[in-house]
Design a protein around this ligand. Structure first.
Ligand code: LLP
Length: 427
């Protein structure tokens, strides 16, 4: 999907650096992240939504201290969903009030740390949590700003959405049956809480805006009910993340300014129709910011042609650095990165080194028939949910994240070592 830049020798370059040099210096596999691209995308979201809205980068897509600093500098806020993400954000110096804390089962300890740190908002996900956060905040002598996450009955699937009467999943409090209205009632009466708005996240890798339209319509419906019942106009609405990116040339994502315009118009229109002041909008893009900014660089180890079937190309990573193909049947593209070749294309499957036949990185790809051990392959669009979902399966060491910018590279997350692995093994 991405157009790759190559130098005079036909070697793929990123941020002005040849991948052969990166492989030599940092080894493979490695995630190579283009810092300028990351910043440009972050800035584009910030600019598109403007001063009357907030953009919370969803840290689950990929989080490191460098990323937190870039976000901070580009004026974005951060969505975290665990104590670990919170710790990373705080240790990078992000001011707590720019953090939203998510999760359907935050521990008491996580809630305490979030309240103590003074996070800008906690997104409440259940009736128990409303009570827990209120209790802890009171104990700490705080009034915690919170949103309530609701499920609007829209289930988003890749490339489409299916409207369902009831959402059968673990997140949020259903609008259906008056449950969300009851949650608001409780949150408004508890003095440890300051209810600032309603949150909705309909899914991920979505291209169709109509799911957001239905969600906004229903959330605004709740805001109206709240106004009618309590005389309170909640000042904020969060529409979550979920905007899709191009993994292959089949995907055609929207420009961020179109997304911003569409979402803002939907909320404004719905609020006007309901006679409400337009609330401050926030969004939580993860994949759309970081996804396209990185590729994974692998070295080919073996090439095995199965007559009449396809050729299996084994690389030095696999499902431990990209679980998405195995888990979601996700599609990726791949390019020979260390040289150009005139050889005929062959039908290839790029697989990893794990002891499992489902260990596939790219299911179907055409690669030059002269592909050989030692060649470097680049798999684009691995910035989101690859390093963050990486594992140590088969005690394979998780790859580093190398950030490139203006002809310079630096490691922002280092490669795991066997010592790292053995440090935890204390038996
Ligand atoms: N906000 C909330 C409340 C979320 O749950 C998520 C993602 C986001 C924002 C960011 O969504 P994004 O803009 O990145 O689509 N591991 C899966 C994706 C799981 C997404 C979970 N929540 C994958 O690899 O596709």
């Amino acid at each position: 999907a991405q157009t790759v830049a190559r130098d005079a020798d036909g070697v793929v370059t990123v941020g002005g650096i040849a991948v052969t040099r990166l492989a030599e210096e940092y080894g493979t596999p490695a995630y190579v992240l283009d810092e300028a691209d990351f910043r440009a995308r972050a800035r584009a979201w910030r600019t598109a939504f403007g001063a009357d809205a907030d953009v919370f980068y969803a840290g689950k897509a990929f989080l490191s201290r460098a990323v937190v600093r870039w976000l901070d500098e580009e004026g974005l806020n951060l969505d975290v969903c665990s104590g670990g993400e919170l710790a990373t954000a705080l240790s990078a110096g992000l001011s707590a009030e720019r953090i939203a804390f998510h999760g359907n089962n935050k521990s008491g300890e996580e809630i305490r740390r979030a309240v103590e740190a003074g996070v800008g908002r906690i997104v409440l996900d259940s009736f128990q949590e409303i009570a827990r956060v209120a209790h802890l905040a009171r104990e700490l002598g705080r009034r915690q700003r919170v949103q309530i996450r609701v499920t609007v009955g829209v289930e988003a699937h890749t490339h489409e959405f299916i409207a369902t009467a009831h959402e059968d999943q673990k997140f949020g409090i259903p609008l259906a049956g008056g449950q969300a209205a009851e949650a608001v009632r409780r949150a408004l009466t508890l003095d440890g809480l300051e209810l600032i708005g309603i949150h909705s996240h309909i899914g991920s890798q979505i291209f169709d805006m109509s799911g957001f339209e239905v969600a906004a319509h229903r959330v605004v419906g709740l805001l109206k009910d709240v106004r009618d019942e309590h005389g309170v106009e909640l000042p904020e609405i969060d529409l979550g993340g979920g905007l899709g990116i191009a993994y292959t040339s089949d995907d055609d994502p929207r420009e961020v300014h179109e997304i911003a315009k569409a979402l803002t118009e939907i909320v404004t229109r719905e609020c006007e129709a309901a006679g409400l002041r337009t609330p401050r909008i926030s969004v939580e893009p993860g994949r759309a910011i970081v996804g396209p900014t990185a590729f994974t660089l692998y070295e080919v180890g073996t090439v095995k042609a199965l007559d009449g079937l396809r050729t299996y190309v084994s690389v030095d990573g696999g499902m431990s650095d990209n679980i998405r193909t195995a888990l979601y049947d996700a599609e990726y593209s791949v390019a020979l990165a260390s040289r150009v070749s005139d050889a005929e294309p062959m039908l290839a499957r790029v697989v990893g080194k794990h002891c499992e036949s489902g260990d596939i990185v790219v299911k179907d790809a055409f690669l030059p028939a002269d592909l050989a051990p030692g060649d470097l392959l680049a798999v684009p669009a691995t910035g989101a949910y690859c390093r963050s979902m990486a594992s140590n399966y088969n005690h394979v060491l998780r790859p580093p994240v190398v950030a490139v910018r203006d002809g310079e590279a630096r490691v922002i997350v280092r490669r795991e070592t066997e010592e790292d692995l053995l440090r935890l093994d204390v038996g």
